[in-house]
Design a protein around this ligand. Structure first.
Ligand SMILES: *Cc1c(COP(=O)(O)O)cnc(C)c1O
Length: 423
């Protein structure tokens, strides 16, 4: 099926007499006829539900829709995008290991990788994706376990050269993990370019209504763990907590997601609630329509901003002059996302004055939902950083992040224009 059809029809497949629409299985637990049936589930001998911390039918239906959209073999929902990023790496890294990440990633992920995971004994090297292959190759070590990047970076809008980094990662025997939150599988499917694992903050476009925080990890099933068995003992040697079962042997292409569910979710428990999964599914049913409108609106707004003399710079990969336009034409031929970064002439205070004059467009921390919204990272999410630290983190002090929604573009433009005029 085509992605638009999967958005509407994928996931929940009711049998005779079952609800047509995905129900919320608001139950922590599931019934069996005898002790033996239950024991087989605990040994991972049979598939089935026993406790919602591990699996729930509502969550599984939504995870399988997202897996189908990405073209993967299996997926797992998490309580947030942060949990998805953490589990995706922690599933194949342990204390003493190392991994590499692009430095143009979401600030929350940067902190998770650079500060919190370091406390667990897992070290991350951040590389500039603009660096040459030789420079990047220097970051790999014998204990490097994966490479991480973001299809379209939040907030800068940089486009990640997925095919190039997949080749670099594979040449060093490690998988490429791509955070596909901003592009969504409607605009880019990283597996088609060689990525091995995809993560999402479903809080953003996938939900689209800003109703539920959530995340997802999808596996392509293509990385050959056994070919690098010495690097991935967690997947390729017996798990003592499951009577010596070896995930890569027993579950083949589903080994990575099975381990993430059976081991990490069991022990750490960052599950998405079935009710949030239900809301996410409602959002997914219109994802293909919304992404089209987000991109068309953002293109118009970016073109308007670039021609307004009060605007100093605009970063939007859909603009022909943009630094990332060629990469966007390759990876995002139908459009990227609705998020534009731009700066106004004058001091960084101009950004604050502009935002305070907006009427319909609200100042919110959130990004990438149906309503147009705006944020000044230097005054809000990154306000503890100096101008120099901001630049190091890839966020210009004057950067305004405008998340273009799906309203009528004329109303969005009118609000921006009146705010610029009023300043
Ligand atoms: C928001 C975001 C995250 C974190 O997701 P939460 O759902 O807020 O935990 C991760 N990656 C990207 C690109 C994001 O925009």
């Amino acid at each position: 099926m085509k992605p638009s059809t999967i958005c509407v029809q994928g996931g929940w497949q009711p049998k005779k007499g079952e609800p047509r629409v995905l129900p919320i299985y608001q139950s922590t637990t599931f019934k069996y006829d005898n002790s033996e049936q239950m024991a087989r589930l605990f040994d991972l001998e049979d598939e089935g539900y026993f406790y919602t911390r591990l699996q729930n039918p509502t969550n599984d239906a939504v995870a399988s829709k997202i897996a189908a959209l990405e073209g993967g073999v299996a997926a797992m929902l998490t309580s947030s995008g942060q949990a998805a990023s953490f589990y995706a790496v922690f599933n194949i890294c342990e204390a003493g290991d190392h991994f590499i990440s692009s430095n143009t990633i979401y600030g929350g992920t940067y902190n998770l990788f650079g500060v919190t995971m370091k406390k667990l004994g897992i070290e991350c090297t951040f590389v500039d994706p603009e660096a040459s292959d030789e420079e990047i190759a220097k970051a790999f070590r014998p204990n490097t376990k994966c490479f991480f990047g973001e299809t379209i970076s939040n907030p800068g809008g940089h486009v990640f050269d997925i095919e190039r980094f997949a080749k670099l990662a594979h040449a060093h025997g490690v998988p490429l993990i791509v955070d596909n939150t901003f592009a969504t599988p409607i605009n880019c499917r990283p597996f088609e370019w060689g990525a091995d694992i995809v993560t999402h903050s479903t809080t953003k476009y996938m939900d689209g209504h800003a109703t539920a925080v959530g995340g997802c990890i999808v596996d392509s099933g293509r990385f050959d763990w056994m070919a690098h068995a010495e690097k991935y003992p967690g997947l390729c040697t017996p798990d003592e907590s499951y009577h010596g079962l070896t995930y890569a042997e027993r579950f083949g292409e589903k080994a990575y997601i099975t381990k993430a569910t059976a081991q990490l979710m069991r022990d750490l428990g960052s599950i998405q609630s079935p009710e949030n999964a239900f809301l996410l599914n409602l959002g997914l049913e219109t994802l293909h329509l919304r992404m089209r409108q987000h991109c068309a609106n953002a293109q118009r707004v970016a073109e308007y901003l670039v021609h307004d003399e009060r605007v100093a710079w605009v970063s939007y990969a859909g603009l022909p002059g943009d630094k990332y336009h060629d990469l966007a034409r390759k990876y995002l031929p139908q459009g990227g996302c609705g998020v534009i970064a731009f700066g106004l002439k004058g001091s960084r205070d101009e950004a604050i004055r502009f935002m305070d004059h907006l009427k319909m467009i609200c100042i919110v921390t959130h990004v990438a939902d149906a309503r147009t919204c705006v944020l000044h990272p230097a005054s809000h999410t990154h306000r503890q950083l100096s101008d120099e630290q901001l630049r190091e983190a890839g966020v210009a002090p004057d950067l305004i992040r405008l998340s273009v929604g799906i309203e009528d573009v004329d109303d969005i433009l009118a609000d921006i224009r009146q705010a610029l005029d009023a300043m």
